[in-house]
Ligand binder design. Structure first.
Ligand code: SF4
Length: 88
């Protein structure tokens, strides 16, 4: 049975994690340990770092399991890689 899509929100950014897609590379955990910590049950804390840093780290996820979307009015002008969370 597919695992549930996880959603983590701050006023600036919404982060989603699809456990069915993750290849457990560890890139997220090594890159931004305060935000991504698998020892926690709710393992993504997007409020633990600036939203731009969270977005930059998510763009390094090799599988696409992590996605993000800016809250309206919070999109940085230089974030060309913004993409909405996948619905699949
Ligand atoms: S970087 Fe992406 S693929 Fe790697 S462990 Fe994190 S969520 Fe999974």
């Amino acid at each position: 049975m597919p695992k549930r899509l996880q959603t983590y929100e701050t006023p600036e950014i919404t982060v989603t994690f699809d456990p069915n897609v993750c290849i457990h590379s560890g890139v997220c955990v090594r890159g931004l340990r305060a935000v991504f910590d698998v020892r926690r049950r709710d393992w993504v804390h997007p409020d633990a770092a600036p939203a731009a840093d969270v977005a930059a780290q998510i763009r390094r996820c090799p599988s696409g399991a992590l996605q993000y979307a800016w809250a309206p009015g919070h999109e940085p002008p230089d974030d060309g890689a913004t993409s909405p969370p996948s619905e699949t």
